[in-house]
Every structure is written in C-alpha cells, then in structure tokens.
Design a protein around this ligand. Structure first.
Ligand SMILES: Cc1cc2nc3c(=O)[nH]c(=O)nc-3n(C[C@H](O)[C@H](O)[C@H](O)COP(=O)(O)OP(=O)(O)OC[C@H]3O[C@@H](n4cnc5c(N)ncnc54)[C@H](O)[C@@H]3O)c2cc1C
Length: 482
C-alpha cells in the first residue's frame, strides 16, 4: 500500500484494507462472541454471525495471531505462475511454515491457509451413520457454503484438454470422472459490481462480514489460553507480538486456529475431555507428474481439473490437474510451450484412531510461554492398503489419458500434509468426541470449535468446504441460542 496517509510519498505503511482494533482496546469490552483465527472456519463463523446480527446490538470480536499480509489468495495476483506460487507459498520467506514440533503446515496471517490453498472443493461422501446429525442438514449447509465460496464445476469445463481427458477416461471405464468443483468466482464484473478475485480466500468472508456490520479485529494478537470456570467459558488470554498480555472477556468463544493449534490451546488451558487432541487424521497423498507432449496437442489446450470422487467401497479420490503444475496459467503464452506437466494424485482416507494424537511437549515452549506440540501419527494397515490402491489406479488413469511417465511417485509421510483434521471431532459421546453436534466442547458452555478439527470423520474429499459448512451451522446455533 502506498502510504499517502503518513505523508511519505513512496513508503510502505500499515496495510489499511481492513479496520483493526488494538488488543488493549478489545480487553475493555465484553463480547457476545469472540472468534479466534480468521482462516476458513473463523471467516465463515464471522460472516454468518454478522449477517444474523446485522441490526442487533451484539458485540463481535476477532483475535488473529497473524497480520494483514495479503488481501486475497496468492493465485489472484497477476504476476504469479506456478513456480512463483510455490516460492511465495513454500520458499525461504514464504507464507506456509511448519507448525513448530511437526511437519504439518500453517499460515499465520489474516485469511489463514486459504491465502495459498488450491480451492478444490468437493463434498465428502458421507454414509448416514457416520455423521452426528441428519445428512439433509449437511446438504443444506453444503449449499450455503458453496454459494458463499463460489464453488462450481465451471472453472475448467469445456476447455479442449478437459474434454479430451474426460472422454478418454469415460471410454476407459472411468464413468464417474467429472469436472473438479472449485471455489472460484467466475461472475463477470458488470454494472459496477466488482468480481476481481477469482480464487476464494476467507478474506472474502471478512469482507462480507464488514459490509454487513462492524466487528473488532485485533491482529498480531495470539490467543495463549482459554478462561473457563464452573463449566462456562469467560474469555481468552491473548498476547501482542511484543508479549503484552490481555484478557478479553466473552460469553462465547469460537476457536478456529486449526487442527493442531486448537487442541494445543485447549490442553494448555486444562479444558477436560478425553478425546481432545486424539483421533488425528489426514489424507494419504500419492502423486506423480506426467509429461504432455505439445506436438500431440498443438492447439491452445486450456486447463484440466478432473475428479474421480470417493464412493462406497472406493475409499479415495483421484485428481488430475494441469497442464503446468496446476489449474491456472496466468499470462503464460501456452502455444509456445513444447512440453507441459500434468499431475495425477490419489488422496486416500486415513482411519481416525485414538492412538494418533496431538499432545503438549513439556520440554519446549514458544516465545509466549505455551508448550509446543508433539504429534504421534502412524498409518494403519488399512491406510497403507488405500495408498497401494491409489498407486494402482493412478497407473490406469495415466494410461487412459495417454500421458508419459516422468518420475517416481511422491508419497506423503504420516506427519506431512495440509488436511489434518479430527482432533476435536464433533459427536454425541463425550468419551470418543470432543464437541457436541454443534461444535460446543462437551461440558463447557459457550466454548466452541469451528475449524478442520471438528470434522467428525474425514473422508477422501479435500476438507475445507466441509469445515466451512460445519462452521456456518455452528454460527447459526450460536445466533439462535445467544
Ligand atoms: C498449499 C495448500 C493448498 C491447499 N489446498 C486445499 C484445497 O485445494 N482444498 C481444500 O479443501 N483444502 C486445501 N488446503 C487446506 C486448507 O487450507 C485448510 O483445510 C483450511 O484452511 C483449514 O481451515 P482452518 O480454519 O482449520 O485453519 P486455517 O485456515 O489454517 O486458519 C487458522 C487461523 O488461525 C490463526 N491462528 C493460529 N493460531 C492462533 C492463535 N494462537 N491465536 C490467534 N490466531 C491463531 C492463523 O493465523 C489462521 O488465521 C490447502 C492448504 C495448503 C497449505
């Protein structure tokens, strides 16, 4: 941002695209709802509550450990290509960092990991008895989430390469191959209504919330503990980046800090619950790049994004994307490329097991005095069998597509990945689940969780759409009961 307001002619100033409130100011207010974290789950809860309470005198506060770094998903920036997206995500000074003590990843910033996510947004294949509430409710919230995030199957539909690949797959017996649902805003800008950000990030939720009503947002303010007494939440302890400590009071607290940080905060605060931190799950991911020889495809190919979804007895999904390492190519002039890359991946279910868990490391603390985490995570024989099936299927898909092999398979280790979930899973039984059907921690009134950690049973689909749907449902419950 150019700092005209500070009198510098060309200097950089604090970004001013979202109003913020100092943590010290927030400590003087008692909030009806305090949301912690602004990623997929936090953004969804905030937007939904702001819509519900447009004209109500309720106070909504948000605490975010990171800063205002980027007002959009990195793919919406004009200068990106797949290499720069990688550098900006994973490079030395990239956004995506490893959660201390683990190989899982986080983005500490307003928008959380949705600043760098790929926006793949399929629904989960859920069997009726796997979910703690009726599936028709899930259908309702999936629809709301899809509309809010702009999910459709139109992003790559009709491109020459997509049509060719789909036809080849259908002709080889993969009749369920379909366009990948993407959270991408494809509405044209017209009549002065601007649609400038194609790839969804939760900054869009924050923007929608802001246009519904005001809320207080403290950035560079890390939650370090939860205050609860006599079975009722009272607020949180938070620290500024220079480690000044404040108490922020609230009748309801919604933790949306991710599947590793949320159980860490709960455990560190002594919130009871035998399932908190346990049943950690994720996906097994197997993928390989394949060559597409442009002499065989001399036309402008466009881009491909194909999904072979999970179904009963098929505990994985296959994804095809490219050319060019992803389903976007910005300003690249495709006809001049002699060779392109297409990726084929198999994403498999990892069984949720008690013995996979997040715990506190008694020997190591962060700069705020909170213990780092330790993660215990192994794959079961079932998980390995799903990986083997994925490898077999990728081979068949690649031969159906007519691609050339370039490299061996890449496989996610148990501690790697971006889809970790389940550490505060939602359910009925307080022994095997951490929250009730609405995301409220069993036995602690007003304390909610609304991030990937509440997903009751992670299936093969990418998790974020489901997290958003569940977060919207939790927000509706809070609005109804507060
Ligand atoms: C490169 C990449 C690609 C991905 N692609 C996909 C995809 O295509 N499809 C898909 O479904 N998923 C994808 N994911 C995963 C997706 O980003 C996550 O599922 C989703 O963002 C999880 O939402 P969340 O609310 O649980 O956490 P996050 O989005 O990570 O949000 C957590 C928030 O909490 C804040 N925070 C953390 N600790 C504290 C604290 N102590 N106090 C205050 N604030 C705190 C963080 O700064 C952040 O704002 C991808 C992830 C990555 C990294």
């Amino acid at each position: 941002m150019l700092a005209m307001s500070r009198g510098n002619e060309v200097g950089i100033s604090e970004p001013n695209w979202l109003p913020t409130t100092p943590l010290e100011e927030m400590s003087k207010t008692r909030y009806d709802v305090l949301i912690v974290g602004t990623g997929a789950g936090g953004g969804a809860v905030l937007w939904r509550l702001c819509e519900h309470w447009k004209n109500a005198g309720k106070k909504i506060g948000v605490i975010e450990a990171g800063d205002l770094i980027l007002p959009t998903n990195i793919r919406n920036v004009e200068t990106m290509n797949s290499q720069r997206v990688n550098e900006l995500s994973y490079g030395k000074r990239g956004l995506v960092i490893e959660v201390p003590g683990t190989n899982f990843r986080e983005i500490i910033a307003v928008g959380g990991r949705t600043l760098a996510w790929n926006a793949y947004s399929p629904r989960m294949h859920i069997e009726p008895n796997e979910w703690p509430f009726p599936l028709h409710e899930m259908e309702q919230y999936y629809r709301i989430a899809e509309q809010a995030m702009g999910v459709s199957v139109s992003y790559m539909a009709g491109s020459p390469i997509q049509q060719l690949f789909l036809n080849r797959l259908w002709n080889s017996g993969f009749s369920r191959a379909q366009n990948m649902p993407m959270a991408a805003d494809l509405e044209p800008t017209k009549y002065g209504e601007l649609h400038s950000n194609v790839y969804f990030s939760s900054v869009k939720f924050l923007a929608r919330a802001l246009f519904a009503r005001a809320f207080d947002l403290a950035v560079l303010s890390r939650a370090v503990g939860i205050i609860a007494n006599n079975g009722k939440v009272e607020g949180i302890e938070a620290m500024t980046i220079d480690r000044k400590s404040y108490t922020v009071k609230a009748d309801n607290v919604v933790l949306c800090t991710s599947s590793v940080e949320t159980p860490r905060l709960l455990l560190h605060s002594g919130i009871p619950g035998p399932a908190i931190g346990h049943y950690l799950t994720k996906h097994t991911v197997v993928w390989s790049p394949f060559k597409l020889n442009r002499e065989q495809y001399p036309y402008v190919t466009g881009t491909a994004g194909i999904l072979l979804p999970e179904q009963e007895g098929f505990p994985l999904q296959i994804q095809v994307d490219g050319p060019s390492r992803a389903v976007y190519y910005h300003n690249k002039f495709i006809p001049f490329e002699s060779e392109e890359q297409v990726n084929v991946a198999g994403i498999g279910i990892v069984q949720p097991r008690f013995e996979n868990y997040v715990s506190l490391n008694p020997l190591k603390q962060d700069r705020y005095g909170v213990p780092e985490v330790r993660i215990q995570m192994t794959y079961s024989p079932y998980d390995y069998a799903v990986t083997a099936l994925a490898e077999q299927l990728i081979g068949r898909v690649v031969s159906a597509l007519g691609l050339e092999t370039t490299a061996a398979f890449n496989r996610d280790a148990p501690l790697q990945g971006d889809h970790e979930s389940g550490t505060c899973r939602m359910g009925v039984d307080p022994v095997t689940t951490a929250t009730n059907r609405f995301g409220q921690i069993h036995g602690i009134g007003g304390l909610f969780v609304a991030d990937n950690s509440v997903i009751p049973m992670l299936k093969a689909a990418n998790p974020t759409l489901t997290t958003v749907a569940l977060a919207l449902r939790t927000a509706d419950y809070i609005a109804l009961t507060t």
